[in-house]
Write a protein that binds this ligand. Structure first.
Ligand code: TXA
Ligand code: MG
Length: 333
């Protein structure tokens, strides 16, 4: 065990926070068995305390300690995708702190696929509750430097594992209510899940939409629109719309940032152009770092060329839609 990991484990055991890399985004971790430790996550993030957290596990062998029912579909998905970017919502064991579950009867569980995260989890030998290591409502961090920018002195240790390979948050699948329901799209798609289960997951109703059976919509903060948001107003545009919006901005003398899959089309002092990868995995990998860098320029607007529709781009389009909806707000909620 490296001394960094020893230090991280000692901090976690003392009820302190440790930020660590996963394959998706960096997490802000605390001992999931300790309500007092978990409370520090909410304080550091500025996040409402009724939002449930994902518990990260060293392996699927730990599932039954946290979930009182492990349906066979959960076992099959864990065997197929863990370690990996898939979170399963299962019925909780009674000892899971309410601070972790937001007081709900379910708990979110995943085994992340990152060597440093797995080393930490194995050495800690328990569950680490961790949301993305950003201030509430802001862009998720995909490097250790992003975490320090977001949280600074609020977190005593940031383990540096380089840039996160996937770049957007895990797929969330609810297995607690019978039929599997996809709550948040991610790198593992509905078709990947259907291949393992032999049936396609349902898709969650939009946040706030009434459910037919009168039951409460699960509190998935990833379903709030004001998420993953830059401070610069973000506009999603078509390729034609991009050139149109750019010309309008330049006529108005506005400083403008562009994220588009094509090479820079207009060269001008007021324009900063970043070329995005043309396939979904590359786009997702770069997305948050690009939004962060462009947001830091202090432009009047950020124009993002909308990727194609379709299953392969679903998770990326979901994050872009939310980023556009929540952008331009200067509060942190
Ligand atoms: O990739 C990821 O999932 C990253 C890395 C760090 O693992 N984590 C992450 O955490 O994105 P966070 O807290 O930013 O988003 C987790 C989402 C939240 O939207 C939360 O509401 C939802 O998971 N969630 C957690 N437990 C839940 C539960 N019992 N029922 C419904 N949703 C739940
Ligand atoms: Mg988050």
């Amino acid at each position: 065990m490296t001394t960094e990991i020893e230090r991280a484990v000692a901090l976690l055991r003392r009820g302190e926070l440790v930020a660590f890399p996963t394959e998706t985004v960096y997490g802000l971790g605390a001992d999931a068995a300790s309500a007092a430790a978990v409370a520090k996550i909410f304080a550091a993030k500025g996040r409402p305390a009724d939002h449930p957290l994902i518990v990260h596990l060293p392996s699927a062998a730990h599932l039954a300690h946290w979930a009182r029912e492990v349906p066979v579909e959960a076992e099959r998905l864990a065997a197929a995708f863990w370690p990996g970017p898939l979170t399963l919502i299962l019925k909780r064991q009674p000892q899971v702190p309410d601070a972790v579950t937001g007081g709900q009867d379910t708990v979110g569980l995943r085994v992340p696929n990152h060597p440093l995260a797995l080393e930490l989890l194995t050495a800690f030998d328990g569950g680490i509750a961790a949301p993305s290591a950003n201030r509430f409502g802001r862009i998720s961090p995909t490097t250790a430097a992003h975490v320090r920018e977001e949280l600074g002195e609020r977190v005593p240790l940031v383990l540096d594992g380089g840039a996160c390979p996937v770049g957007i948050e895990s797929t969330i699948l609810d297995l607690s209510r019978g039929a599997p329901v996809l709550l948040r799209p991610g790198a593992i798609g509905a078709a990947d899940i259907a291949r393992v289960l032999g049936r396609a997951p349902e898709t969650a109703p939009l946040a706030g939409a009434p459910r037919g059976n009168g039951s409460e919509t699960p509190r998935v903060s990833g379903s709030l629109d004001a998420h993953y948001a830059p401070r610069t107003p973000l506009q999603l545009v078509s390729s034609d719309g991009l050139l149109f919006a750019l010309r309008n901005a330049l006529v108005a003398g506005e400083k403008v940032a562009v994220l588009a899959p094509t090479a820079q089309a207009i060269s001008h002092d007021l324009v900063t152009w970043k070329q995005s990868p043309a396939e979904p995995a590359g786009f997702a990998h770069d997305l948050y770092a690009s939004l962060r860098a462009l947001d830091a320029l202090g432009c009047v607007r950020l124009l993002v060329q909308q990727p194609p529709a379709g299953e392969a781009w679903l998770a990326v389009n979901d994050r872009l839609r939310r980023a556009a909806a929540g952008s331009g707000e200067d509060d942190e909620t």
